[in-house]
Design a protein around this ligand. Structure first.
Ligand code: AMP
Length: 375
């Protein structure tokens, strides 16, 4: 069976690494031939919307999927007319637009922060009056790792106009969402998977709720099961929300949904219709990784068990590739490098850790964090 992946970055590479033992073959659509996924299959080195490239990409594929959500809508529609594209173009369309995403959450009764769609400075000003400062202005499309957003704090004078004008210019005068700035106590994500084949004993499965810490808008550390949820109540709430979302979309594949933990409970922030950085701990920390389960789900294979092998964590390696010897001296540390040249703010790999309990995990995490530089 040959799987096509749009995108050839680290997520494509890890899909390949998980699928090769299952006898799957991979083809990646990625402009750069020397991409991280090239180690795992054939690369079609064209733009994501190049008609000839798409035609070469689709030949002989059983199913196509993607590793990032900015896939051009026209390419997704074209591919879906030729072969199964999973998750569906509908899921992609929702995830590409922060307004569509928050509207879909709200329609399902999933709580979200107050928000408004804004298309002019006057609309931002009106929305800021009703939502109140501090608030966050984000581009509706193409934001990632904290890019494409500006916080409007307001000042002692209470005059928001200069900050609004500056944020609007800096973001490029494009359609935006204005959101209330949430006072969260933690950030968590739920990684789940829903299968495609009929007659499975388990049609969907959930990983342990994961607690995430960001630095400079980029994910730094994930820990699962989430230490902020000792009772498991947040995990149950997140599962219910993600289950409703997957059912409503007749979703196939892995999904990642990020939430803020507030005093009033969970508020959904965004969804990724793909394998997710906060699920990388599952490679070594769960009975079946998110990558393998995504492939199982989209290929119509039975899903694998998702239970965690203890207390697990993942640290992203950003900006500098460490020497393996620096990392592997930490008991239980497993190194995953992506084969990317290091650059400031760029994810070049990650490290996973598994321990018997949270106390043990905290000890090894401390040792690991001392050895990892963030650049
Ligand atoms: P996003 O691109 O929406 O995932 O945002 C990146 C990060 O910015 C989040 O993980 C939060 O740490 C922070 N953030 C985004 N939106 C909000 C918000 N409405 N209130 C508070 N923090 C936010």
């Amino acid at each position: 069976m040959r799987i096509g992946v749009i995108g050839g970055g680290q997520l494509g590479r890890m899909l390949g690494l998980a699928g090769i033992p299952l006898g799957l073959h991979f083809r990646f659509l990625e402009p750069s031939a020397a991409c991280p996924a090239a180690a795992c299959g054939e690369v079609i080195p064209t733009a994501y919307d190049d008609p000839d490239g798409l035609e070469r990409f689709v030949q002989g594929l059983s199913v196509a999927t993607y590793e990032f959500e900015s896939v051009p809508a026209s390419s997704a529609q074209w591919l879906a007319s030729r072969i199964p594209l999973e998750p569906s173009p509908r899921a992609l369309e929702i995830a590409q637009d922060r307004i569509a995403e928050k509207t879909a959450f709200r329609a399902l009764g999933i709580p979200v922060a107050r928000f408004a769609a804004v298309g002019t400075v006057a609309e931002v000003t009106d929305a800021a009056k009703s939502i109140g400062a501090p608030c966050v202005l984000k581009t509706r499309r193409l934001g990632y790792d904290g890019k494409g957003q500006r916080v409007i704090r307001g000042g002692s004078s209470g005059d928001l106009a200069p900050q609004i004008a500056a944020a609007w210019e800096e973001l490029g005068r494009v359609p935006c969402i204005l959101e209330e700035l949430v006072e969260f106590t933690a950030e968590v994500s739920m990684i789940a998977v829903r299968g495609r084949g009929a007659g499975h004993t388990r049609s969907s499965a959930y990983y342990a709720l994961t607690e995430n810490v960001h630095r400079d808008g980029i994910l730094w550390r994930s820990t699962a099961p989430a230490p902020c949820d000792p009772s498991g109540e947040l995990d149950r709430m997140a599962r219910a929300h993600v289950s409703a979302l997957m059912e409503s979309l007749d979703y196939h594949g892995v999904i990642g949904v990020e939430f803020f933990v507030t005093r009033a409970g969970l508020l959904a922030n965004e969804m990724a219709p793909r394998v997710h950085n906060s699920g990388h701990w599952t490679i070594d920390g769960a009975l079946t990784s998110q990558f393998e389960n995504h492939l199982r789900a989209i290929s119509g294979l039975p899903l694998g068990p998702t239970a965690a092998r203890g207390a697990c964590a993942m640290i992203n390696l950003v900006g500098r590739t460490p020497l393996p010897s620096e990392i592997l001296g930490v008991p239980g540390a497993r190194l995953h490098l992506y084969g990317k040249p290091p650059r400031k703010g760029r994810k070049v790999g990650h490290v996973t850790l598994c321990a018997e309990d949270q106390a043990q995990l905290a000890l090894v995490l401390r040792a690991l964090e001392e050895r990892v530089a963030w650049e």
